[in-house]
Design a binder for this molecule. Structure first.
Ligand SMILES: [Cu+2]
Length: 384
């Protein structure tokens, strides 16, 4: 009997040790939620641990009594069941004790929840919008805004190249925040429900179209923190990761200056310069793979009927203006987004030129008398 209890005690102690924030082994710590790098993540962690420890104590008590009774009062020892009904004392005890435990857990949980939703006195506000399948970040007071796309190369996704350490957890433009600053997050979505989830920052916030949810982060340690969309949002749900780079306040100021309105406008003007056809086509393929191939596929075959093929498509082998307008404005009610405010004119010119030439489309376009190359200025002319 004593041996059973000793073993049970050792097992439970082992479980507790595995989940302890300061346990030596990072492998065992992977079983638990991360302690994180923000005051919110620390509070959420300790709330979770408190609930876990309460569950452990209840588990040991209940199973202890159960196992003890099974062994001590077994039939082969001649135990006789006691017959009694409606014992008022027991009824009260087993109602009041769970009630008190629940209240004891609800109080700290409510305090943490109120803290999560208190976005007062923030030093920076970032609006985060979920799209199928990317994130948009807008620094409302700084005039900085950009899209953040998955940057894992297509050959790693298809298994033709070895996967790197941050496979499917890397983006072209990470969200950049200053350390030791309360950053208020306004989270919404453009199409379906997504969730902005970065475990080490203690945030998993639903992004709901037409509704703005508030949350906040306060990163105490410079570094790169990675997360994912936490709400099943369609076929490429696994391909919209989140990367947050926390930098010093001075580095953040430099980053803002380099990405603010004026700098961006000058860069956009430079992007409108006419490009040699060969340059557009060369640039077009990787840009197509990055922005379009998740739906239309690298071979241009699409995944009909949801994602139409571009090879031989009447749009891609029709007049260029029709294709430019569809790409700029999207197709309402489908996954085809309006790319006019997502990608610059040179990127769109390269992608559209590439699709008008690839997969034998160039021959069809030439036969139909359509342009096979479009310039950034052609895009700009339609983007009104
Ligand atoms: Cu999503």
């Amino acid at each position: 009997m004593r041996l059973i209890f000793t073993r049970l005690f050792l097992l439970i102690s082992g479980l507790l040790l595995m989940t302890d924030a300061n346990a030596a082994s990072p492998y065992l710590n992977n079983l638990n939620m991360p302690y994180g790098v923000s005051p919110l993540s620390h509070q959420i962690y300790w709330l979770h641990m408190a609930g876990f420890y309460v569950c452990c104590v209840i588990g040991v008590l209940v199973f202890g009594v159960l196992i003890y009774s099974l062994i001590k009062f077994r039939k082969s020892k001649g135990a006789q069941a006691v017959h009694f009904h409606e014992h008022l004392g027991i009824e009260i005890i087993w109602t009041v004790i769970p009630f008190l435990i629940l209240v004891a857990l609800a109080v700290p949980a409510t305090i943490v929840l109120a803290h999560i939703h208190n976005t007062d006195n923030s030093g920076l506000t970032v609006k985060i919008t979920g799209y199928q399948w990317k994130w948009k970040y807008e620094y409302l007071d700084q005039g900085v805004s950009f899209f953040s796309n998955l940057s894992t190369p297509q050959d790693q996704i298809s298994g033709d190249a070895p996967k790197d350490a941050n496979f499917l957890l890397e983006v072209d433009h990470p969200m950049v925040v200053p350390v030791d600053t309360k950053v208020r997050l306004l989270v919404t979505a453009d199409d379906v429900i997504h969730a902005w989830w970065v475990p080490e920052l203690g945030v998993k916030q639903d992004a709901i179209p037409g509704y703005i949810n508030e949350n906040w982060i306060y990163v105490t340690k410079p570094g790169t923190y990675r997360g994912q969309c936490g709400e099943l949002c369609g076929v490429n749900h696994a391909f919209m990761p989140i990367v947050v780079k926390a930098v010093s306040k001075a580095d953040f100021a430099k980053w803002v200056a380099a990405h603010q309105g004026g700098a961006v406008a000058a860069a956009q003007q430079a992007l409108l310069k006419p490009q040699p056809a060969a340059d557009l086509l060369k640039a077009g393929e990787p840009l197509y793979i990055k922005n379009c191939a998740m739906c239309h596929q690298p071979n241009g075959q699409g995944l009909p009927p949801t994602f139409p093929a571009l090879q031989g498509s009447h749009i891609v082998t029709g007049p260029a203006v029709g294709q430019i307008n569809m790409v700029l404005k999207g197709v309402p009610g489908t996954a085809m987004q309006a790319f006019g405010d997502q990608l610059d004119a040179r990127t769109l010119a390269a992608i559209i030129s590439y699709t008008r030439n690839a997969w034998g489309n160039d021959a069809l376009n030439k036969k139909n008398g359509n342009a096979i190359i479009v310039q950034p200025t052609d895009i700009e002319a339609q983007n009104k």
